[in-house]
Design a protein around this ligand. Structure first.
Ligand code: SAM
Length: 283
């Protein structure tokens, strides 16, 4: 395999032989497995990205991959050999995983042929400030990682300037959130903050604050978001606390008919964000 990596794409040649890991008790395997739990991610400061496309995107955007593991049976595929060489050149430890070790790490029968452990980044709220028009999305105590990942993806698609995770949210670096973000975790800046810190920051940065709420008094497409607009979304179960709604400029309701009492959080975020962008003529 090592020889093949040299001969298939000489421009991506590996600098040294690649180790093949065969045992689940290997330390590297244990570390990768630990990343499925928040405790493991906190202790190591790492998170997992799965699949060649996602890993490639992370490397391309300059995120530091600490480890790249490739299923040994797939290692002579030119694009994976190229990915391995690229990761190694950026300082990652590259290893091959024997037989079904990948499935053991990811707990999936049809595991992808590549996984990587990337170093987490912590972005301060101040770094999300930017001049000019724009949309910022604040999430109050989002708890579902699938929703969070989907919202990062939507924010990215709509060109939002940043996502702010308020108070106690689920971990954006969980496997589910990273997967649902479809790579936007690497592109969409996000920061964590208390609501008080966010309020001070958005006031200083002259952002209007529109809450999406089932108690809304204005239809979401009639609300005036303004050129610099923060949209705040509530928790999946409890929505937004009344004291937070009281501090928003507008409470916007997305009209509903039928029996359901609310839309899914990620879908409501998409509707709000695209409306704010539409009002800016999609510029
Ligand atoms: N029972 C919760 C409540 O009373 O708010 C429902 C929470 S809902 C699943 C999660 C969030 O999505 C809400 O806090 C709100 O921000 C947004 N949302 C969902 N449906 C909405 C609607 N029809 N209009 C405005 N916002 C909505």
């Amino acid at each position: 395999i090592h020889r093949k990596m040299h001969t298939t794409r000489p421009d991506f040649a590996m600098s040294q032989p690649i180790e093949t890991i065969t045992s689940t008790s290997n330390t590297l395997v244990k570390t990768l497995k630990s990343l499925e739990r928040k405790k493991g991610r906190q202790e190591t400061g790492l998170f997992l990205a799965e699949g060649a496309r996602l890993v490639e995107q992370g490397l391309e955007r300059g995120w530091q991959a600490e480890t790249l593991m490739i299923a040994a049976t797939m290692a002579d595929r030119p694009h994976l050999a190229a990915l391995a060489a690229r990761a190694e050149a950026s300082g990652a430890r590259v290893a091959l995983a024997a037989e079904n070790l990948m499935s053991r790490i990811t707990h999936k029968d049809n595991a992808q042929s590549v996984i990587a452990a990337f170093r987490q980044k912590s972005t301060p709220l101040e770094a999300l400030a930017a001049p000019g028009s724009g949309i910022w999305i604040a999430l109050y105590e989002v708890r579902d990682p699938g929703n969070l990942g989907t919202i990062l993806r939507t924010a990215d698609c709509a060109g939002a300037r940043g996502v702010i995770l308020l108070e106690t949210c689920c971990d954006p670096y969980s496997f589910e959130a990273v997967r649902a973000s479809m790579g936007s975790i690497f592109d969409m800046p996000f920061a964590q903050a208390s609501f008080a810190a966010f309020q001070a920051w958005r006031t200083e940065n002259t952002l209007s604050l529109t809450a999406a709420s089932v108690n809304g008094t204005v239809r979401h497409d009639k609300a005036a978001y303004g050129a610099r607009s923060a949209i705040i979304m509530g928790n999946e179960q409890a929505g937004l606390p009344a004291e937070i709604e009281a501090q928003c400029d507008t409470l916007a309701l997305i009209p509903m008919r039928g029996g359901a009492d609310s839309l899914n959080l990620a879908q409501a975020t998409a509707i709000m964000t695209y409306e704010a962008w539409r009002q800016g003529d999609f510029r």
